[in-house]
Ligand binder design. Structure first.
Ligand SMILES: Cc1cc2nc3c(=O)[nH]c(=O)nc-3n(C[C@H](O)[C@H](O)[C@H](O)COP(=O)(O)OP(=O)(O)OC[C@H]3O[C@@H](n4cnc5c(N)ncnc54)[C@H](O)[C@@H]3O)c2cc1C
Length: 307
């Protein structure tokens, strides 16, 4: 993931979205369902999507209004999800819906829904600041009927499954941060050695050296935090706090590193002809998807203050 994100963070996001889409199945679906849906991701050129966010409910996941109800041997889903990565390309989605919005966390369930199910519509969302190669879409569910075994886990467990998913996938943002931040550092170093002002390379100026040094420290620190989060998951330890450390630190430092890369390039950095303006546009999204930097701090503070 880090290597792909050196080349293009949007490419990393496409792969990461597959990972987020599949994780609820890994956590809570039967072996048969898991094989059926996940097998294709490995053996064929298939995509998955994770449909949680809605126009009116982003950070406040429990505020979702996409509804489901039981009708004989089917569940019926109605509502709209948006900002869904891989949305128009995905072969199937993990979808979160509520039996009654007033139940908030307790009313949510998770379903796996093939994209070609009648009543599912996908509409590309265009005009993004960055990560434009990754597909973003609105997904409509209009009287979408799915069999009972489309339920992942049990009714009422959807919120917990969504949070368990993030505990597992937020550290995935770490390698994406490391990749793009490393690229910003390498581009800045090369440019600083080549660009001359006042008769010498700008790399000779301490102001530039210190920006480069800070970038290098932060890339190394985000790598260690990401490894720690991955290690905690491998040990089976509760990992939500360390996953949030890795996500918040990685995202916040990466956008600053990308901004500093533009600074080191001066006016050229602002031009599309040079690589760093794209890094800055792409990096901003790291602070928003999979829970904003503010939400990561809420998770951390809640853990710190728990009696
Ligand atoms: C390109 C793109 C791809 C995405 N991909 C997916 C995807 O594949 N699947 C999916 O389900 N979602 C996806 N998202 C949605 C993303 O996860 C949400 O945008 C994000 O969670 C924030 O929700 P929101 O946009 O509704 O902002 P809001 O929740 O409205 O937040 C607005 C601002 O308020 C702050 N805020 C909100 N609540 C609090 C609080 N309690 N305390 C302090 N600050 C708060 C936020 O941090 C933010 O700064 C994607 C988004 C984008 C832009």
């Amino acid at each position: 993931m880090a290597v792909i994100s050196v080349g293009c963070l949007g490419g990393g996001a496409i792969m990461a979205a597959n990972g987020v889409g599949e994780t609820p199945l890994n956590k809570a679906a039967s072996e048969e369902r898991t094989q059926h849906f996940l097998g294709g991701l490995c053996s064929d050129f298939k995509f998955a999507g994770y449909a949680l966010t809605e126009p009116g409910s982003g950070s406040d996941v429990a505020g979702m209004t996409t509804r489901y109800k039981r009708d004989g041997d089917h569940f019926v889903l109605d509502g709209v999800k948006h900002f869904i990565t891989n949305g128009t390309e995905a072969d199937w989605f993990t979808v979160f819906a509520t039996r009654d919005a007033s139940e908030r966390h307790g009313g949510i369930a998770c379903f796996v829904v093939p994209a070609d199910t009648p009543g599912v519509t996908t509409t590309k969302m265009t005009g993004k600041l960055g990560q434009r190669c990754s597909d973003t879409a609105e997904i409509g569910f209009d009287q979408v009927r799915v069999p009972l075994d489309a339920l992942v886990g049990n009714e009422g467990e959807g919120f917990h499954i969504a949070m368990q998913t993030f505990e597992r996938t937020r550290p995935q943002i770490g390698p994406m941060c490391i990749g793009i931040a490393r690229r910003a550092l390498e581009e800045s170093r090369d440019y600083a050695l080549e660009r001359e002002q006042f008769g010498e390379p700008i790399a000779n100026f301490q102001a530039i050296q210190f920006m480069l040094a800070d970038m290098a420290i932060e890339v190394e620190a985000m790598r260690l935090l990401t490894w720690k989060a991955a290690w905690s998951i491998d040990q089976g330890e509760p990992a939500s706090i360390v996953a949030s450390y890795a996500k918040a630190f990685g995202a916040d430092r990466t956008i600053q590193i990308a901004i500093n890369a533009v600074q080191i390039f001066g006016g050229y950095g602002y031009m599309k002809e040079y690589p760093v303006e794209k890094l800055m546009r792409d990096a901003k999204l790291l602070q928003i998807y999979e829970g904003t930097s503010q939400i990561q701090r809420m998770v951390i503070a809640r853990n710190l203050l728990k009696k």
